[in-house]
Design a protein around this ligand. Structure first.
Ligand code: HAM
Length: 435
């Protein structure tokens, strides 16, 4: 019988593994994000990756690219429920806020981090599974909170040393203003229907604002000349927009007003914004967001104003690499322990746990064949681990109840210490090495 070769399995297109070397940068960024949210009083919330499809249909709007074309939706085989892998975080957070009545005692500042799924054409900076960090401030209506979340973004880019990030803002006004603008848009695009692609002709009847969001380069000229929503804003909307701009100026955050910025999701009103860069090619938007006052009520809650933004973690990490702001990878451990199996392994195991209990990162040599290996080959692994010191416990050392400590970063000095004093000796060595 001929032996069949077992085929290797591959990951899903557009969904990437984060390998250990890259994971270090992720952890670095995540730590900065945790510190940032703490500095501004935002609390983490975690929602499931799968939600009822209606959460996103109602939240994002049915006539959007995301809901029409990009959602991973499926029927639960067991009970027939219509489910969707979350394409974004806001609708899910709002669902959770309403379900758990989180606004019962006033406004809430929330944040989240995790994978999102959109069935887009994979390319640089655009993936089918990607990760977002987002903030949502619920229950606040003033322009001050719009600016707080923008300032928070600016602080993050500064801290990460990102190069060439610019803020674009616009106001989408209120529903009545958008309705008047919509009428003007419909007559303008009807008169120019020949210049519209098939998607946009359909959207002319369903959601003409979305035409402004089209990425079709052949349509850019006709879109450029379309009536501007800004010209339809009433006094209150203009006042909010002016206040946001004034506060941004106070904080020295330059911004460009982009009247064509409409965002790809239907829940927004008033302020919308994006952080863009020319350093990342076609996928230059690293973060986007805005005010979404209608959403809480639309999702079945008691009306509450809100605003927020989310950033694409992969895009920010790529921009960090381009900006040269990726820190040196930290070594994995402080100490690497070598042994010769048997009783020396038992002693090494106990020593390793003792060091870890004292907060010292320790790798214990573990032989691939479950036996042991020569000190020479173990020492190579110790060097490659990046550890500051190796601890050697061989039969000779154990007979004397001792261990050898070897400096792996300096001149390779080595000295013996009693096993009972190992922890103190290691602490002394690490302290003097860091001085
Ligand atoms: P969004 O603009 O759809 O907004 O996504 C936010 C960010 O996620 C984008 O600026 C981009 O950096 C990243 N992103 C989006 N799609 C992909 C993809 N396929 N591959 C890689 N990165 C991607 C939202 O999702 C809103 N929920 C933001 C928000 C929060 N608005 C209010 N609160």
């Amino acid at each position: 019988m001929s032996e069949q070769k077992i085929q290797k399995l591959a990951g899903v297109r557009g969904m990437n593994d984060v390998l250990p070397t890259d994971a270090k940068q992720w952890l670095y960024l995540e730590k900065i994000l945790h510190d940032l949210t703490r500095a501004y009083g935002y609390e983490f919330i975690k929602t499931p990756i799968v939600e009822a499809t209606e959460v996103f249909q109602r939240g994002i709007g049915v006539v959007t690219d995301i809901v029409e074309k990009e959602m991973y939706s499926f029927e639960d085989r067991l009970n027939g429920e219509q489910l969707t892998l979350r394409p974004e975080g806001t609708a899910a957070v709002v669902r959770a806020v309403i379900e758990h009545n989180l606004l019962y005692d006033g406004p809430k500042r929330l944040c989240y981090m995790g994978p999102m799924f959109r069935h887009e054409r994979p390319q640089r900076g655009r993936y089918r599974q990607f990760h977002q960090f987002g903030v949502e401030a619920l229950g606040f209506s003033g322009p001050d909170i719009d600016v707080e979340i923008i300032v928070m973004g600016q602080r993050l880019w500064d801290e990460l040393g990102l190069r060439g990030v610019h803020l674009e803002i616009n106001s989408l006004g209120q529903a009545v203003e958008r309705a008047a603008h919509r009428e003007a848009l419909v007559s303008y695009f009807t008169a120019n229907a020949a210049a519209l692609d098939e998607d946009s002709q359909r959207r002319l009847l369903t959601n003409p604002l979305r035409i402004l969001d089209s990425k079709n380069s052949a349509m850019q000229e006709v879109i450029e000349k379309a009536p501007r929503l800004l010209d339809f804003l009433g006094a209150e909307s203009l006042q909010h927009f002016t206040a946001v701009q004034a506060l941004l100026k106070t904080h020295n955050i330059p911004c460009k007003i982009n009247p064509r910025l409409v965002r790809g999701l239907d829940y927004y009103n008033l302020t919308v914004f994006e952080w863009v860069t020319t350093e990342l090619g076609a996928q230059g938007t690293i973060a986007g967001g805005g005010r979404y006052d209608p959403l809480v009520e639309r999702m079945g809650g008691k009306a509450a104003p809100a605003c927020g933004w989310a950033m694409g973690i992969e895009r920010v990490l790529e921009l960090m690499a381009i900006s040269g702001s990726v820190p040196e990878a930290e070594s994995v451990c402080d100490i690497y322990i070598l042994h010769q199996g048997g009783e020396t392994l038992t002693a090494a195991f106990i020593a390793a746990e003792q060091l870890r209990s004292a907060g010292i990162d320790t790798i214990l040599f573990c032989a691939p064949d479950g036996q042991t290996a020569s000190f020479k080959s173990q020492m190579k692994k110790a060097d490659a681990s990046g550890a500051a010191f190796a601890v050697i416990i061989g039969p000779d050392e154990l007979a004397l109840n001792e261990a050898q400590i070897k400096d792996l970063r300096g001149q390779g000095e080595q000295h013996a210490v009693p096993l009972t004093k190992l922890l103190d000796a290691i602490i002394d060595s690490l302290v003097s090495a860091s001085e």
